[in-house]
Design a protein around this ligand. Sequence first.
Ligand SMILES: Cc1ncc(COP(=O)(O)O)c(C=O)c1O
Length: 386
Amino acid sequence: MPKLSKGAGQIYGEAAFEVLAKAQGLERKGKKILHFEIGEPDMETPDHISKAGIDAIKNKKTHYVPSIGLSDLRQAVVDEIEHTRGYRPDMEQIVITPGLKPGIFFTMLATVNPGDEVIYPDPGYPTYGSVSSFIGAKKVMVPLLEKNEFRMNPGDVLKRVTKKTKLLILNSPQNPTGSVMTKQEMDEIAEIAEENDFFIVSDEIYSKMTYDAKHYTPTLRDEAKERTVLLDGFSKYYAMTGWRLGYMVTPVGMAKRLQDFLVSAISCTASFTQYAGVEALKGDQDFISDMMNRFRKKRDCIVQGLNSIPGFSCKAPKGAFYAFANIKKTGMNASECADHLLNNAGVAALPGTAFGPYGEGYIRFSYATTIEKIDEAIENIKKSLE
Ligand SMILES: Cc1ncc(COP(=O)(O)O)c(C=O)c1O
């Protein structure tokens, strides 16, 4: 085979899928595995949303649609942002994408040159570092520390800003720690971006998944008109990971360029999925509070369980559905501990280092599973450590 591109050698995958493959290998050999590795809700897409997608297919809505997205869905997003974020963007600012992830990829391609600096959270979602490497940007990680409840500290950001800083990525509620940033932290970081003239991409995929905390967006400062980009989507709180549907709120100038990226890369997001998205935003929202009530019980159960394991400690996360446990007192590092849990306790979870070097000493448990399985996993882990 001829040589692949430099970028192809730089881009990298996600440990969640690697651990899943290992766990499935053990399952094929007959071992029982409890799954805590994959980041998706354990509920099904609500029926009224699925029905809208199925009806769209039956009504022959199966053709190309505008690259930037269906007007009905873009309009629904305008209303949604006004309702949830407190400002009303223009329709020209809204871009529909197949999931949130392409929003990260395309915004970074549209804003960052090789050699530019990209600031992002560590531990953080692996895509940020992977795409930075692919572009040939310098990766500048801001440590999220347990003593600050894993929130990004504006002072730590400021220390890392240089003339080459081009983009900062924020993620709240956060994967893998479940932290939720405060309004003041968001405002201060948005101000730093303004003063130093760089872009902010705000990954808000868990925006409706908080406990005892309110979600804030840094895009409120300029209403996503100048330098901030809001990314959100349907994957998590509408339980639609497989539908592939997300959206962006961006400065109009960027939206116009992104349209050409979409034309070149995907033509458009699946049409019937977008009709389901309109129903998701406009239809009954009770599903989300029901889901979050169930998640809260699971969160309380896993946090209490993890804290009862010798050598483990875990703070109650304020958002998403991840518990980020400190395992430093077990004497194992994150990767040894994750292997131990899989092989000796039959529990698949992710080493914190899968999310960057500052994840050392931690394990991420996705608690999108049943209370019974959480209890069983805690017991198995305790026994395996005896
Ligand atoms: C922080 C974060 N951003 C983006 C995504 C991906 O979202 P989507 O499946 O809509 O592309 C995930 C999924 O795990 C995530 O945790």
